[in-house]
Write a new protein. Structure first.
Lengths: 428, 278
């Protein structure tokens, strides 16, 4: 998700101020939202005073993983707009935003994963239907050169590398589920455009990159390119993915910090650090680059140690993990859980699984399970909700990564039992 | 040899049993430095970490759920040989101190200047650590030989928290390591390691932990005697600065994994002979 302070793309100062002012004026148009806002502010304030001060790593919740995933999915389904796209957020001030192509794209794999694992057939069918509607909508948005635009839709915009990469991820999954040639060729065109716009050093910068500069978290673009190579058998996509991976790995510091997040005027939110790790890890796994997996593991371990010893992860940092901000970026937490779970799968080190289980427990404790459909199952940008990352909003990419983390946990738990039982049988 | 006990509370059964074990061998402690049972800093820190609900829940489970009879029961039955002297049961370190005539100091912080002054006044050859604060270098440097810790895991493979549980899940030897403390977490030089052979008798993870504590205290006597005779040397740990998965520090185990470890324990019926690794 690329955005800054209410805007969703690169805009002038005047253009940026408009959506923020519009959002602030939201309660005047729908006064009942003021009540929900007051209730949420009070609930987080009370929770911070009388329950866990931070998202503490020893948190326990009575919410089952299955029920929480169902709630998350219901929230995602209710955020799908009439055009088939999924809203970027539900604001406690201004309600649902319009559809956001980037997040709609990478929600498609989540919807299919859910459909595969869910025991509720009706909900499973709804997830598949939502994924198909989202895919069909995205196909209408592709520009003739293969790119997808930045920002919310509809809205004035320009081609975006990051958004094209995230939508590509959705298209690849949609093709593998539907085996539709139209989706296949759309994915190829997006991949070709990404190769064309890639810089000789492997990064993406210039007009199609956020703030015009190269970013380490564009490893999230390398990942779908590696996936596309596997899907099509075309090695040029893999070559481009590895070129970017090499550039991203050059940003990894000795102390585990990733120096190339490059968000001018903002701290490095955990969300973007986790993006860089997740993209690099998945790309490295697909390209079988064990050295790269080790480098990602080293950075992920620094955050794991912080989580285990300080009992929470900060919402944002300055360079070298300095000056951690004392709010929780729930999306970043969910992404780190995904990274740790995948590292467990790749390395068999149970400590990653252990940290992810605790993180998921914390995430579950922050998700409201009942109430209004705009809020129940939603993941707020920050905890407390007035934290600096996406304040006063429930964000669709937060729900996506939380669902991914919980689905991954369920999958690992199922496979975890079998080898353990077998080993024990042999031992006895 | 002058030995000082460091403990987490005057009511710590482990600290009492350690003192009794050493006294029985003729090494009555020269002093004991204990954390105050209730102090404002700890309470505020726990309130910050757990919140009021968490602290109230902890107090409820630790105090009010105990019946009156439980309050006067030995919590770790495997320590009974040292705590129960037939005519009386030693329930806190002040009783042990009265019996063996050594001073007890209570502090909020074992690294504080007052605590350090007390420790220096006792001029220990050895400190036996049974719980409390993470010790700073100034404290670690006071005893002539060093500060001893009984770690309930196999070093250097498994250091940190939930060691018995991690040992079970990762198929590492289950046992105790007696080592000198340094400024890291369980990274100091190893004196002796003992594998626990009676896993098949353990009823639960909690039972295993209690057994390991008693097992470690029993072996502590052997180590102290060997140190006094000058017949034991320590071996520095390797791999102390490893990163990522090479880092051998473990953290508190999640409930779901604990249940798997408990299942492993329940099925672990093949006895392993007790072995000593020095």
């Amino acid at each position: 998700m690329q955005f800054r302070g209410g805007g969703y793309s690169m805009r002038g100062k005047r253009d940026k101020a408009r959506p923020a002012a519009k959002e602030s004026a939201g309660p005047m148009r729908a006064p009942q939202r003021a009540l929900w806002l007051a209730r949420k502010l009070a609930s987080d304030a009370i929770s911070r005073s009388f329950a866990q001060r931070h998202l503490y790593s020893h948190t326990r919740t009575k919410h089952s993983t299955e029920a929480t995933v169902d709630a998350l999915l219901r929230w995602i389904l209710s955020a799908q707009r009439e055009d088939g796209g999924i809203a970027a957020h539900y604001s406690l001030l201004s309600g649902y935003s319009s559809s956001y192509p980037e997040v709609t794209g990478y929600l498609i794999p989540t919807l299919y994963d859910y459909a595969q694992q869910c025991s509720d057939h009706a909900l499973s069918r709804k997830a598949i239907s939502a994924a198909e509607r989202a895919t069909d909508w995205l196909l209408t948005l592709q520009t003739p050169d293969g790119a997808f635009n930045a920002g919310l839709h509809p809205g004035p915009s320009h081609p975006s590398v990051f958004n094209t990469g995230q939508i590509l991820q959705g298209l690849i999954r949609a093709h593998s589920e539907r085996n539709d040639s139209e989706i296949y060729f759309a994915a190829m065109r997006a991949g070709d455009w990404l190769i064309e716009t890639q810089q000789p050093d492997g990064s993406w910068s210039g007009t199609s990159a956020y703030q015009g500069s190269a970013h380490a978290y564009y490893s999230m673009v390398a990942w779908p390119l590696a996936l596309l190579s596997r899907e099509t058998g075309n090695s040029s996509y893999r070559h481009a993915a590895e070129k970017n991976l090499d550039w991203v790995l050059s940003c990894f510091q000795q102390n585990g910090w990733i120096s190339g997040i490059n968000l001018r005027g903002h701290p490095d939110y955990l969300h973007f650090i986790a993006y860089a790790l997740q993209g690099a890890l998945e790309c490295a796994a697909l390209c079988q680059r064990n050295g790269a997996i080790d480098l990602v593991a080293k950075s992920a371990w620094v955050l794991l140690r912080q989580f285990e010893t300080k009992k929470f992860l900060c919402g944002a940092y300055d360079g070298d993990f300095r000056n951690g901000r004392r709010f929780a970026c729930l999306t970043g937490n969910a992404q780190m859980s995904c990274v740790w779970l995948r590292l467990f799968e790749l390395t068999s080190d149970l400590r990653y699984f252990n940290a992810a289980l605790k993180m998921n427990e914390m995430l579950k404790s922050r998700i409201v399970m009942q109430g209004r459909r705009e809020i129940a199952g939603g993941v707020s940008g920050s905890y407390p909700i007035w934290g600096r990352y996406q304040p006063l909003r429930y964000i669709s990419w937060g729900a996506k990564f939380a669902a991914d983390a919980l689905l991954l946990e369920q999958r690992i738990k199922r496979s975890f039992n079998l080898p353990a039982e077998e080993a024990l049988e042999c031992a006895s | 040899m002058r030995i000082v006990i460091l403990g987490p509370s005057v009511y710590s059964e482990t600290a009492c049993a350690a003192a009794m074990r050493l006294a029985d061998m003729g090494y009555a402690p020269a002093g004991a430095l204990l954390l105050s049972t209730f102090n404002r800093e700890t309470l505020l820190r726990k309130l910050g970490q757990w919140g009021a609900n968490g602290v109230a829940g902890y107090v409820r489970t630790k105090i009010f759920s105990n019946s009156r009879s439980n309050l006067f029961r030995i919590q770790n039955e495997y320590l009974r040989p040292w705590l129960d002297r037939g005519d009386r049961i030693f329930r806190n370190l002040k009783q042990v101190a009265n019996a063996y005539r050594f001073p007890v100091a209570i502090t909020r912080d074992q690294n504080s200047p007052r605590a350090i002054a007390s420790l220096k006044a006792w001029a220990p050859d050895l400190i036996v650590f049974t719980g409390g604060n993470i010790l700073r270098k100034e404290v670690l440097a006071i005893p002539r030989l060093g500060v001893l810790n009984i770690h309930l895991g196999w070093l250097p493979q498994i250091r940190g928290m939930s060691s018995p549980e991690w040992s079970l899940l990762s198929s590492a030897p289950v046992g105790v390591t007696i080592h000198f403390m340094d400024s890291g977490i369980d990274t100091g030089a190893i004196l002796q390691q003992y594998e626990y052979s009676r896993l098949a008798d353990c009823k639960s993870l909690a039972d295993l932990r209690q057994r390991l504590i008693a097992f470690g205290l029993d072996k502590l006597g052997d180590v102290v005697a060997a140190l006094d005779r000058g017949t034991m040397v320590s071996t520095p740990q390797r791999n102390q600065n490893a990163e990522g998965s090479g880092d051998n520090q473990y953290f508190v185990m999640h409930q779901w994994l604990q249940e798997r470890a408990a299942a492993m324990l329940a099925r672990r019926i093949a006895p392993v002979s007790e072995t000593v690794h020095g």
